[in-house]
Design a protein around this ligand. Sequence first.
Ligand SMILES: CC(C)(COP(=O)(O)OP(=O)(O)OC[C@H]1O[C@@H](n2cnc3c(N)ncnc32)[C@H](O)[C@@H]1OP(=O)(O)O)[C@@H](O)C(=O)NCCC(=O)NCCS
Length: 160
Amino acid sequence: MSELLNHLYGQQHRLCTTPSGQVTLVLSRDREIDLIELEQLCDAVGWSRRPLRRVRRALQNSLLLVGLWRHDPRLPKLVGFARCTGDGVIDATIWDVAVHPRYQGAGLGKQLMHYVLDALRQQQVQRVSLFADPEVIGFYAAQGWELEPLERRCAFWYAS
Ligand SMILES: CC(C)(COP(=O)(O)OP(=O)(O)OC[C@H]1O[C@@H](n2cnc3c(N)ncnc32)[C@H](O)[C@@H]1OP(=O)(O)O)[C@@H](O)C(=O)NCCC(=O)NCCS
């Protein structure tokens, strides 16, 4: 089994623990992310669509892509995702954290975040940031993320 998992998900994969334990869920930073599957996942969590061409380039330019896969020896299914951008040394930013609604509430989002942070730690990244949607702030705060302490410290520039 472990040989198969290494083949499908790479040597740095991590098995997730779930309350039911009925399905095997695997975190991987090596298995290639299919754009259509990612779009379906983003649809499922209610995010607005982005042009696939641009998403492809964004993934190519990312520092780290993590997939959460429902294991199937023939066709693993993408049920969660997160990615990071950054310089790979000092700073990284986490984007697009999502767990398919069918798999939410089982501790998978938390395991996904741990896996991402462990991977960044391996790269010795010193500071990690993210932008939380208002309804998810509690999810990150409970995992020890510090909210912007002095409001109005973040600055943004939008192209349009
Ligand atoms: C946010 C998200 C990734 C969480 O994934 P999940 O697998 O449901 O989360 P977990 O089951 O690992 O939850 C871990 C803990 O966070 C809590 N939690 C989960 N979602 C939460 C939320 N929206 N607000 C506050 N706490 C939350 C859980 O109750 C759990 O608490 P516990 O450890 O005390 O039991 C998932 O709900 C999701 O994909 N949401 C839609 C997309 C989204 O909003 N992404 C974030 C963009 S910034």
